[in-house]
Design a protein. Structure first.
Length: 69
């Protein structure tokens, strides 16, 4: 999974009927195994190791990186 700072990470719920979690990758801590620090939509932060099939990445555009400063 190719993940960079500023990408949007969406994690599917492990339970039926529970909503997915989405947030912005603040930092890539490790590439192998992948570990990232994410700021979730509710404002909290956590470190996650996304599992194959449970996570998807929306790559940030160049303009999104520029606006982050």
């Amino acid at each position: 999974m190719d993940v960079k700072q500023g990408n949007r990470l969406v994690i599917e719920s492990e339970r039926v009927g529970q909503p997915q979690r989405a947030g912005t990758v603040e930092e890539v801590l490790s590439a192998e195994p992948l570990r990232v620090r994410v700021r979730w939509e509710n404002g909290s932060e956590s470190t996650v190791t996304p599992q194959a099939g449970a996570a998807s990445v929306k790559h940030a555009t160049a303009s999104a990186h520029a606006s982050r400063g």
